[in-house]
Design a protein around this ligand. Structure first.
Ligand code: DUC
Ligand code: ZN
Ligand code: ZN
Length: 478
């Protein structure tokens, strides 16, 4: 099958230019003018921007938490991604808590196999990072095998003591293993010891409202643990990627490390660009509870600066939605759906499931708030949301590019379309949207996944299982 997208303006990370795109099968075959029409189906994109499909480097789908589960599974979350112009997502494999019953391995292979099974119903292309939440000699020995499975990234935590955190020595060893195997370590930076002390004190004092989620997870914890990990990375001569940067001090630490030649990279998320602890103080503040927390307007501004001046390389979403009121069903694809959510923590902030919806919102919201406002250019928008995550995570130039030979993951973007955004336009399977009522200018019109039209205006043409697991290579250090 051939499709010719004519008369559009292509925007890549490098340039903006008028050209047509010929798609043959799953790939971009040619880019140019006066391309042979022959038997191709013609799509007229006059007045539109043509972007590479978004690559979201950070989503959580079907994630169990606090006795419930995040409300988007691999189908609904990837359908929502597609409607927002994102055609590849990177989820996380949870490391099984117990070593395999065979006693031979540490459970890494079994964990990947279990995740692959759950992810099969994805509607856009997908991969995963490995959550390295235990560390011992058996696990160390299994890490290199992940490369053969197409998983080239490992996430470590300096918080969630007794659950997800591994100690600094184990992080250092992990960095060295990653270095020797062309892998990349991702860091969740908060100070787990401080969080545990402050949380116990807050509960004892009777504080239970959502703002205490932020008060018990201080910004300095993110700053010091980011620097600590960059120091470990420098010592190990290994690259390190800081996920979900939420405070100004992390931008300083990232810059400090990069200026000294450390192979340090960073990601922020839309929620940290727009929201603050004031939102946690609203009557419905639980909607904004995520880890790390939203902070201050000064932090928002500094993160925007970091995006604009190149200190920060990517924007992910950390998409991990929960219902605000999981006792009240919503209609999703003709079925009533209710999944216990934020109401679980009505009387105790430590029981509010952590996480926000966002996988669909990222591109539309950032086009208006970033490109429309002049904070970033359209090319930076493509670099941050598509090309750079593809490069860093070993997907480029198959993903994140408009080049002959790339997968035909293409968004026809209408820069003039005005919408009032919110749950009415969202396919994220939850009962609220953080950007409810926001007036946006610019919206995806058509989305192609490997040459197949999967979103056409408001129409869904994709399907469960339409996405493919993409084996990733070692990435590029930006
Ligand atoms: N933070 C969240 O808020 N949710 C899921 C995982 C995470 O790191
Ligand atoms: Zn995290
Ligand atoms: Zn996350």
């Amino acid at each position: 099958m051939k499709t010719l997208i004519k008369n559009g303006t292509l925007v890549t990370a490098e340039k903006t230019f008028a050209a047509d795109i010929l798609i043959e099968g799953e790939k971009i075959a040619r880019i140019g003018t006066h391309l042979p029409v022959e038997d191709a189906e013609i799509v007229d994109a006059a007045g539109k921007r043509i972007l590479p499909g978004g690559v979201d480097p950070h989503v959580h789908l079907d994630l169990p938490m606090f006795g419930t589960v995040s409300s988007d599974d691999h189908y609904t979350g990837t359908k929502a991604a597609a409607f927002g112009g994102t055609t590849t997502v990177i989820d996380f494999v949870s490391l099984a808590p117990n070593p395999s019953h065979t006693g031979r391995g540490a459970g890494v292979r079994e964990s990947v196999a279990a995740w692959l099974q759950k992810a099969e119903k994805s509607a856009v292309d997908y991969s995963a990072h490995m959550n390295l939440t235990r560390f011992d000699e058996k696990i160390a020995a299994e890490i290199p095998a992940l490369r053969g499975m197409g998983i080239t990234t490992l996430k470590v935590f300096t918080a969630y003591n007794g659950r997800l955190r591994i100690d600094d020595g184990s992080i250092f060893k992990t960095l060295r293993i990653a270095r020797d195997n062309g892998m990349l370590v991702l860091l969740h930076a908060e100070n787990g010891d401080v969080i545990d002390i402050l949380t116990a004190e807050a509960l004892k004092a009777g504080y239970h409202t959502p703002e205490w989620h932020a008060k018990t997870r201080p910004a300095w914890g993110a700053v010091e643990s980011a620097l600590r990990a960059f120091a470990l990375a420098a010592t190990a001569d290994a690259p390190l990627y800081l996920v979900h940067m939420n405070v100004a001090g992390e931008v300083d630490m990232l810059r400090y490390a990069r200026e000294r030649g450390v192979k340090a990279m960073g990601e922020t998320c839309p929620q940290y660009l727009f929201f603050t602890e004031d939102d946690l103080r609203r009557p419905d503040g639980a909607k904004w509870v995520c880890s790390p927390p939203v902070r201050t307007t000064a932090d928002n501004a500094r993160l925007w600066e970091g995006l604009a001046d190149g200190a920060i390389q990517t924007i992910g979403t950390d998409h991990c939605p929960f219902f605000y009121d999981g006792s009240n069903p919503i209609l999703y694809e003709g079925k009533d759906i209710a999944i216990p959510g934020k109401e679980l923590g009505r009387d105790d902030f430590t029981k509010i499931p952590n996480g926000l919806p966002g996988v669909q919102d990222r591109l539309p919201v950032l086009w208006t708030a970033g490109v429309g406002s002049g904070k970033i250019t359209a090319q930076q928008f493509v670099a941050l949301n598509s090309a750079n995550p593809a490069k860093i995570f070993g997907l480029y130039p198959r993903k994140g590019a408009l080049l002959p030979g790339s997968d035909a993951d293409i968004v026809i973007w209408d820069p003039e379309r005005k919408v009032e955004y919110g749950v009415g336009l969202s396919h994220q399977r939850t009962d609220y949207n953080l950007y409810e009522g926001w007036k946006l200018t610019g919206f995806p019109e058509k989305v192609f996944l490997r040459g197949q039209l999967i979103v056409d205006g408001r129409e869904w043409l994709g399907k469960p299982g339409g996405g493919k697991f993409i084996e990733r290579a070692p990435g590029i250090i930006l």
